[in-house]
Ligand binder design. Structure first.
Ligand code: AMP
Ligand code: GLY
Length: 434
């Protein structure tokens, strides 16, 4: 099969890396890809938002399957565009159409979907500027902290957690006043859920589903979860507190009703669903849906899948997932993200990256894998080109062993301003491991 992966980050590098291992993969393309994917696939210049350019490449390279990394093209209707074009009708596609992508594209839609189908989530109400007085009254009825969410896509910045009422009211006015542009025309106010988060990943063909390995994401820039939110500073899979009992509840109360709900609503969903869950005293609650895989969780999750991902994706796209079985390594996958100094605020780029023999070569037998996020090649040298630069993954037995190997590797990587969190996984150590 000729496969095209859309996107340019560590998530797409990890997906491409896994697909490349399939015997069924004859040719692999990434658009636009990055220097890491260039070693395992043919990179194609272009934007994932340029649907006509994507069509041209599908036809030029005789693509059999398109796998979409980021949410933007899905929310923008890439699946609908491809399905409605007779020249592209035989192309298999991983990712929902516009109607399914509303699970991520509109928080108000996602909350209504959950309440319609009895899926546990925080109590909420949605407001527009016309309902400001009512929104104030709703805030007054809640206990702090207050959770305010812009309805639409806001590049991961649209959620505010505020610890006092006057500040919550002020932020509400700023959001409705255009702080996040149109994404904030509707604001969801919801109850604060106390607990620990876990990212659960599902592949579905719209009728059946396959649960992929779960992961814990480390979102804050600083150690001990301090400082600004980022796109993710590390990931660990499996997650000790997502044990058999918790995952069974998750499947019964959340995953099954989600797939059933999509069916009942007439939404034909073929692709990944990433469910951000809060474990509240052993009970799972949905924080958010995403219609794609997570980053950097994917860089950990893909390395634990032992079965053929391309076969699973083909089955999902063809609506025959019920016969598929995933095989997952019981060992830990441990990912640490190396970022540019200053990220997630302003940072400089263009610094040469040096250090490890794995920088461009992920050997299958090596315990260390490097997935590229924000890198570029300039004058024959690998340089930084983004805030999140590299995601380094180690596979091994137990968190302490993984930590030892990965942090040795992280020290070898060199570029001006390099930063990474040194506490990834510490919170998951068992009492005997501390
Ligand atoms: P979201 O973009 O919906 O994932 O929200 C971003 C982050 O805000 C989540 O990963 C949580 O850490 C936090 N968050 C969102 N909703 C809630 C909630 N109802 N209670 C507590 N924390 C929340
Ligand atoms: N790691 C969280 C996300 O991809 O949204």
């Amino acid at each position: 099969m000729n496969v095209l992966v859309l996107g340019s980050g560590g998530r797409e590098h990890a997906i491409a890396w896994k697909i490349r291992q399939s015997k069924k993969c004859t040719a692999l393309f990434c658009m636009p890809g990055n220097p890491g994917t260039a070693r395992i696939a043919q990179n194609i210049e272009g934007s994932v938002k340029d649907f006509n350019a994507i069509k041209e490449q599908i036809l030029r390279h005789d693509i059999d399957m398109v796998v979409v990394g980021p949410e933007d093209p899905l929310v923008g209707g890439l699946r609908d565009f491809i399905e409605s074009d007779p020249q592209l009708s035989r192309v298999l596609f991983i990712g929902p159409g516009k109607s399914g992508a509303r699970l991520e594209g509109s928080k108000d839609f996602a909350k209504e979907f959950m309440s319609r189908h009895g899926i546990p989530t925080a109590a909420y109400k949605s407001f527009t500027s016309a309902g400001l007085a009512e929104a104030d009254r709703f805030l007054e009825s809640l206990n702090p902290p207050y959770v305010l969410k812009a309805d639409g896509l806001a590049a991961g910045k649209g959620v505010l957690i505020v610890d006092n009422l006057p500040e919550a009211k002020r932020q509400l006015r700023e959001m409705l006043g255009g702080k996040f542009g149109e994404a904030g025309n509707t604001v969801v106010i919801e109850q604060f859920l106390a607990g620990i988060e876990v990212s659960v990943f599902v592949l579905t063909d719209g009728k059946d589903y396959m649960i992929l390995p779960e992961a814990k994401d480390y979102k804050r820039i600083g150690e001990n979860d301090k400082g600004l939110n980022t796109g993710g500073m590390g990931a660990v899979s499996p997650v000790p507190f997502a044990d058999r009992d918790f995952m069974a509840k998750t499947e019964q109360k959340i995953i099954r009703p989600t797939i059933e709900g999509l069916k009942k609503d007439g939404i034909d969903y073929k692709g990944f669903i990433f469910i951000g869950l809060m474990n509240c005293a052993g009970e799972p609650y949905v924080i958010e849906y995403n219609v794609r895989m997570g980053d950097p969780e994917t860089e950990a999750v893909m390395t634990r899948i032992e079965s053929d991902l391309l076969e699973h994706l083909t089955a999902a796209a063809q609506g025959r997932l019920s016969g598929e079985k995933i095989s997952v390594s019981p060992e830990e996958a441990f990912t640490v993200v190396c970022v540019s100094g200053g990220y997630p605020e302003s940072y400089e780029k263009g610094f040469e990256i040096t250090g490890t023999p794995y920088l461009l070569e992920n050997r299958p037998d090596s315990p260390v894998k490097i997935f590229h996020s924000g890198t570029a090649v300039r004058d024959g040298k690998l340089v930084t080109s983004g805030g999140r630069v590299l995601a380094v993954t180690v596979n091994g037995k137990g968190i302490p062993a993984c930590r030892e190997v990965i942090y040795r590797e992280m020290e070898k990587i060199g570029f001006t301003g390099k930063y990474y969190r040194k506490d990834i996984g510490l919170d998951l150590l068992g009492p005997k491991e501390k």
